[in-house]
Write a protein that binds this ligand. Structure first.
Ligand SMILES: NC(=O)c1ccc[n+]([C@@H]2O[C@H](COP(=O)([O-])OP(=O)(O)OC[C@H]3O[C@@H](n4cnc5c(N)ncnc54)[C@H](O)[C@@H]3O)[C@@H](O)[C@H]2O)c1
Ligand SMILES: [Zn+2]
Length: 401
């Protein structure tokens, strides 16, 4: 039982088209002399890496570029990246990219600051002290990693996603320049956008903070639903309802890109304090086994988990329906709540998120193992408004199959 709640964010949040022009001043203030920029080859190809690196270089500052990032990065890549940063003697890190690169930058900064292997830090609150200054610049509108205290990596051997969670992983600076998302292809926009919506919906329908089932003596970054989380999640849901379709189908539309960039950060602030729940727990084994993107896996599973959670959160789901643009006037709360599932299904099909697990290469015989692996992700499942059994999880997967 918790009686108080807290709210954490990145040290500084900078938002707006053209925000990257503020980098020289920020880096001077941080006294960054040797900046290690973590990114990937796709972003180098579209010219974003050079655009950002050019803002960072000065007579006072060297910039080393690591462009070996990959989607859903394996733990071991953190070791390679940290080794490079160490030999460069980095004193400041900058993650540029989608959640994958931002999480890799967090992990590299952590390893350079405290040594050891990534596995030493997997789980909750195992980072022993502050990490070197870290700036995160998202180029997708989705994960909210720029403000969150988590780094999500892939355990290739176990075919599972692993999380490192600590308030110390929240970047010193989150710099969100929506222009950096203009080059996102439609599919990346759709997948990452529905991830942002999933964060907000899971936070808004989470278990209440007052009854958050935290075992005695345990500390956690997730703490259940509270007023700050609600406020942020509401805005994120409204923004995604207004802008996600347009961002996918009309990529150059700056208002839609800006709306989604804000939705992603607000969703990140909500979930990184309140928590994510069963959608994420189920996506971890699914995504790691079939290599779908995190967003596509979440978007696919979202309506099925909403159906499971519906009885426990009727008024909240009724609100979500309204915020996603459904007409709910004259409907009972139950009817309006049902509309939230329809709204998400319509949105999914409008932006091309697969409807069923079979569509992304899952085989039926894999479902029991996925349920078992998801059931083990207790730190997330305890955020869910209904505490699911292993059988419940398997049933959700079968419905989604
Ligand atoms: N740390 C957190 O809080 C958190 C939260 C949710 C998800 N995640 C993790 O984030 C990862 C997913 O991140 P994502 O959805 O942002 O996608 P991503 O980072 O995996 O990127 C997907 C692809 O899009 C490309 N791309 C990114 N931005 C682009 C741009 N502007 N123009 C052209 N191409 C671009 C990338 O190069 C990559 O090939 C997963 O590993 C997931 O588990 C982390
Ligand atoms: Zn997510």
């Amino acid at each position: 039982m918790r009686t108080t709640w807290t709210f954490h964010t990145a040290g500084e949040f900078v938002f707006g088209p053209g925000a990257i022009e503020g980098l020289p001043e920020i880096l001077d203030r941080l006294k960054a002399r040797r900046l290690f920029l973590v990114t990937d080859p796709v972003l180098a190809r579209v010219g974003l890496v050079e655009r950002v690196a050019a803002q960072c270089r000065s007579s006072q500052r060297l910039v080393e570029i690591f462009d070996g990032g990959v989607p859903e990065p394996p733990l071991e890549l953190g070791v390679t990246c940290a080794d490079r940063a160490r030999s460069f003697q980095a004193d400041c890190f900058l993650g540029l990219g989608g959640g994958s690169n931002l999480d890799l930058a967090k992990l590299a900064a952590l390893l350079v600051s405290h040594g050891g292997h990534p596995r030493d830090y997997v789980g909750e609150d195992r980072v022993p002290g502050p990490i070197l200054p870290l700036l995160c610049l998202p180029t997708t509108a989705g994960t909210g990693s720029e403000v969150s205290g988590s780094a999500v990596l892939t355990d290739v051997e176990q075919q599972m996603k692993l999380g490192i969670l600590s308030q110390r992983l929240r970047p010193q600076v989150a710099l969100v320049d929506p222009r950096l998302t203009l080059s996102c292809p439609a599919q990346v926009t759709a997948d990452s956008g529905i991830d942002a919506l999933t964060h907000a919906i899971e936070a808004f329908t989470a278990v209440d903070n007052e009854v958050f089932p935290l075992p005695a003596g345990e500390r956690t970054t997730y703490q259940g639903r509270h007023p700050f989380g609600d406020m942020l999640a509401e805005q994120a849901i409204r923004l995604a309802g207004t802008h996600l379709r347009t961002a996918v189908h009309d990529g150059p539309n700056m208002a839609a890109r800006e709306g989604m960039a804000l939705a992603a950060s607000l969703g990140g602030l909500a979930f990184s304090n309140v928590g994510v729940a069963a959608v994420h727990a189920l996506e971890y084994p699914v995504g790691a086994a079939v290599h779908c993107s995190h967003g596509a896996g979440n978007g696919l599973l979202l309506p099925y988990v909403m159906r499971f959670n519906l009885p426990a959160r009727l008024p909240q789901f009724a609100k979500i329906a309204e915020w996603l643009g459904e007409s709910v006037t004259g409907l009972s709360v139950d009817e309006a709540a049902e509309r939230s599932i329809q709204a998400v299904e319509k949105l999914k099909s409008a932006i091309g998120i697969p409807a069923r697990l079979r569509d992304i290469g899952v085989r039926e015989e894999q479902l029991p193992l996925f349920a078992e692996k998801a059931f083990a992700v207790k730190r997330i499942l305890r955020v869910n408004p209904i505490s699911p059994t292993r059988e419940h999880l398997e049933k959700i997967l079968r419905d989604a199959f």
